[in-house]
Write a protein that binds this ligand. Structure first.
Ligand code: GDP
Length: 486
């Protein structure tokens, strides 16, 4: 219908173009649809990028997994502020650098690996706290295999400790408790254990499976034991990954340094090599160099290894999945397509916003018109009868005013413009005429002259010496001014 061609004719033309056996409700493949669109003078826009080649590989079966090489565990340190997360990480990082070939300056790249005497490796994410852990988890990425819950021995369980327990449990990540600051004289690890048990952390001492190690980030007390405990837990977890095939990794952080745009990628699967092409979100990189946190240049990085990758066209977003592309052309194509798609979605959302604004404006306008109409109706609808009250004495005037004030409804109302004792005067008649009103007299019958004058001026005088009569007459008068019933 967009082509503005009747269906029958369209079908005929398609057949003439050499398409056989097409039905009017058939969904054409993109190639055929593109050809037809071109025939009608339209630029075909085809969703060419299926992106299947840039999706993470499906998980392997348990049998296949058992045959894969083991990979280092990835550990995050969490805990309450000032309980020693940074101190512990610094200690671990220093020992890692001291053991490294360079032994030089450490650089913050968001993660580092520690090689143990046994030859095994542990990878620590070194952005302490919950923010990194949570932002990754929000994207459905459980980057961490193990959480080290740091609790200061002199402070015990605090609000952020409880929060960390909650997050680790929600992510189904095993916990190791590191009771820190055990070098301090007022350290009370037993209290920490009891408090943790109270918060449903099932620690080994009480028959659970959560190990507790007593450490000091300051003196290094218990640090070797902590590393051994991490290895023991990771052996139970039995972490394995493919070292071959298309490389995949999490972007941990990105920044711009002197040598260009860099991003730390924690390799998840496969092996990342210099010269590889990586696509992450809407940017890509041709890997120029790979560096570890100690500034060592690497030729490749395997699963569980964090490396700083440079050569990015734009800074990738932390938490994005970086996936190896076949070549530069494919990377460009995928990024262009993703950007285009974002633009398209944005344009659609903008349209929706505009439409919504228009809808609201229309409602507001209609409401205004309605209010205006109501106001007009009210102005026209409520009839006000101006009245001049005259009576023999002031007391009578007040009595009449009280009676009259009680009369009226939403449609007809009385308005007393003057009330005075005494006989009706010419002035009263003139006033009533000017105001288009009536004169009410009580116990004060107007003289024949005034009656004539009023008749001449078209002013009605309602007179009585009995108050309820007067009220009845007034009611009739009001009723006579009710708008006609439609
Ligand atoms: P974070 O907020 O959890 O990262 O805590 P920090 O690592 O910044 O430590 C907070 C304070 O506790 C600092 O003054 C550290 O020097 C001190 N601290 C950390 N670990 C220890 C420890 O094992 N023993 C002692 N005595 N002090 C420590």
């Amino acid at each position: 219908t967009m082509l503005k061609v009747p269906v029958e004719r369209f079908m005929g033309q398609i057949r003439n173009m050499g398409f056989e056996g097409v039905a009017y409700d058939q969904v054409l493949n993109s190639e055929d649809a593109g050809l037809i669109a071109a025939e009608y003078g339209f630029e075909p826009i085809v969703d060419r990028d299926t992106g299947k080649d840039l999706l993470p590989r499906p998980d392997v079966t348990p049998e296949e997994r058992a045959a894969l090489p083991p990979r280092p565990p990835v550990v995050t340190i969490m805990g309450h502020v000032d309980h020693g997360k940074t101190t512990l990480l610094d200690y671990l990082r220093k020992s890692a650098v001291a053991e490294g070939e360079h032994g030089g300056i450490t650089q913050h790249i968001g993660a580092f690996s520690v090689k143990l005497e046994s030859g095994k490796t542990i990878t620590f994410l070194d952005t302490p706290g919950h923010a990194a852990f949570l932002s990754m988890r929000e994207r459905g990425a459980t980057v961490t295999d193990i959480v080290i819950l740091v609790v200061a021995a002199d402070d015990s369980v605090m609000p952020q400790t409880i929060e960390a327990i909650k997050h680790a449990k929600a992510a189904n990540v095993p916990i190791i408790v590191a009771v820190n600051k055990c070098d301090k004289p007022d350290a009370d690890p037993e209290r920490v254990k009891l408090d943790l048990a109270r918060h449903n952390v099932e620690i080994e001492d009480f028959g659970g499976d959560v190990p507790v190690v007593l450490v000091s980030g300051k003196t290094g007390l218990g640090m070797a034991e902590m590393e051994e405990t991490i290895m023991a837990v990771s052996e139970v977890l039995d972490m394995r990954a493919e070292e071959t095939g298309q490389a995949e990794g999490w972007v941990l952080e990105a920044s711009t340094k002197k040598r260009g745009r860099v991003a730390t990628v924690l390799v998840r699967r496969g092996t990342l090599r210099v010269g590889d092409i990586l696509v992450a979100g809407t940017t890509w990189a041709k890997v120029r160099t790979l560096q570890d946190h100690a500034g060592n240049t690497l030729e490749s990085a395997g699963p569980g290894q964090p490396v700083e990758v440079d050569g990015w066209r734009e800074n990738p977003e932390a938490g994005a999945l970086a996936i190896q592309a076949a070549d530069e052309g494919r990377a460009r194509e995928a990024v262009d397509y993703r950007l285009e798609k974002i633009e398209r979605v944005k344009a659609m959302e903008d349209m929706e916003v505009v439409n919504e604004q228009r809808r609201l404006q229309k409602i507001a306008r209609e409401k205004e018109v309605e209010l205006e109409r109501e106001k007009k109706f009210q102005k026209k609808g409520v009839k006000v009868l101006p009245l001049i009250i005259k009576a023999d004495v002031q007391g009578s005037v007040e009595a009449v005013i009280n009676q009259v004030a009680a009369l009226g409804n939403d449609l007809v109302q009385t308005k007393i413009i003057r009330g005075a004792a005494g006989a009706v005067s010419e002035f009263d008649v003139d006033h009533a005429e000017a105001a288009d009103g009536y004169i009410i007299t009580f116990n004060s019958t107007p003289s024949p002259d005034i009656t004539n004058y009023a008749r001449k001026k078209g002013v009605t005088i309602i007179s009585s010496t009995i108050i309820y009569r007067l009220v009845d007459d007034l009611k009739l008068l009001l009723e006579s001014h009710l708008p006609p019933i439609i």
